[in-house]
Design a protein around this ligand. Structure first.
Ligand SMILES: *Cc1c(COP(=O)(O)O)cnc(C)c1O
Length: 386
């Protein structure tokens, strides 16, 4: 029985006709650029993210880029962020001529560890860019305190975490200055292609982003700033307006699946015997409903690469998010970092493995995943020292 890491057939099958209707309406309207569908999605996603304004953009990457542009971040500026995320987080900073200043992660949540931020602040620091990795909010209160004290902006990379909540129910992307979401098909709210959104409650910032999205023209053909084409396709917005209605139900099923994995792994004895580590949802006990939205269910696995190859042989899809931390990427060599600078990020890059967690995953499939992992460790026992 093959079990993919993500099964979009299972997600789109039941809503196929509804999606076709939305596509059909867009085709009949012949309105392909911005317009009512984009406006509606912007309002809904902003409200879902507890923010006043949403600006639909071409991708999560462009959401980061245009948010940084709107904050005036460029040459000579420094932005404090994590070494352990999808490439776009650091890429957006570098593309603007600014410098990502990396600080190591918390080994439990894999998110930027706020204890490391203050030592990284210099006279050039302009902003902090925390990522809510795998669907869990980074620890934002200390980030807010530091940002206030030093006069820094906060750009939240919520690409993997739409709707995820922090301790008192505040949702990701509503906590900092501005938040960035992605509608890449594998995210919890995925389009049929690329898309993203910037959300903020700052009206002036929202205006600047809206103008930058259309080449900086305001009014049209009159440019006080240089922007780009960062528009969200209307056809994607129409599809996302359909899919947003299902997001809460999908999130609950991901959370149910995470619980089922916890039970299955607990009864397998693997956690003690093989030193396997499960993801910890640190805000679960604080009365938060969307404590973790499980865009990924990431375990720590001894002999990770061998396990991954074994599971592949069993027809089970897994992935490594991410094998190379930013400071060890060739293109960032000029930043001057070295192996050993961020030990937790480096350890995570070697030890972590994402298992299937998509909403439509069945209980027997999860049992099969855990059984396969148990068989691997039975054949390759791990001494507790490594
Ligand atoms: C997916 C992702 C992005 C980029 O989003 P795209 O829509 O693929 O451009 C940025 N940051 C993180 C953490 C992501 O997971």
């Amino acid at each position: 029985m093959g079990i993919p890491l993500l099964d979009l057939h299972a997600q789109h099958g039941p809503i196929h006709d509804e999606i076709l209707k939305a596509l059909d309406q867009t085709l009949r309207s012949q309105a392909f650029i911005l317009g009512p569908e984009v406006n509606r999605l912007e309002e809904s996603v902003a409200a879902y993210s507890q923010s006043y304004f949403g600006i639909g953009v071409s991708s999560g990457t462009d959401a980061l880029l245009v948010a940084l542009m709107a904050l005036g971040i460029g040459h000579g500026d420094e932005v404090i962020t994590t070494p352990y995320s999808f490439f776009a987080t650091a890429g957006a900073i570098v593309r603007l001529g600014a410098k990502p200043v990396l600080v190591d992660i918390d080994p439990v949540t894999y998110n930027l560890n706020p204890d490391n931020i203050e030592a990284a602040i210099t006279g050039r620091t302009r902003a902090i860019l925390p990522v809510h990795l795998y669907g869990q909010c980074a620890d934002m209160n200390p980030v807010l305190r530091i940002a206030t004290e030093y006069g820094l902006k906060i750009i939240e990379d919520g690409a993997q975490a739409i709707g995820a909540e922090y301790v008192d129910g505040r949702r990701v992307c509503s906590i900092g200055t501005v938040g960035c979401l992605s509608f890449f098909p594998s995210k919890n709210l995925g389009a049929l292609g690329d898309g993203g959104m910037v959300v903020t409650s700052d009206p002036e910032l929202a205006d600047r982003i809206r103008v930058l999205r259309v080449h900086g023209g305001k009014p049209k053909y009159h440019h006080r700033v240089v922007g780009g084409n960062f528009r969200l396709d209307t056809i994607q917005a129409a599809v996302l307006n359909v899919k947003l209605n299902y997001l809460d139900a999908w999130t609950r099923r991901r959370q149910d699946n995470a619980r089922r994995y916890e039970e299955l792994f607990a009864s397998s004895g693997l956690l003690e015997r093989s030193g396997l580590g499960l993801p910890e949802a640190v805000y679960r006990s604080s009365g938060v409903a969307h404590y973790h939205i499980y865009n990924q269910f990431v375990i720590r696995a001894p002999r990770r690469d061998q396990l991954m190859a074994f599971l592949k042989g069993e027809g089970i899809g897994t992935e490594v998010y991410y094998p190379v931390p930013f400071h060890l990427q060739d293109c960032f060599r000029t930043l001057g970092y070295r192996q050993g600078d961020f030990p937790e990020a480096e350890r995570a890059a070697v030890e972590t493995l994402a298992l299937p967690i998509y909403p439509e995953l069945e209980a027997d499939q999860q049992a099969a995943v855990v059984n396969s992992i148990a068989r691997f460790y039975a054949a390759h026992p791990v001494s507790q020292k490594n």
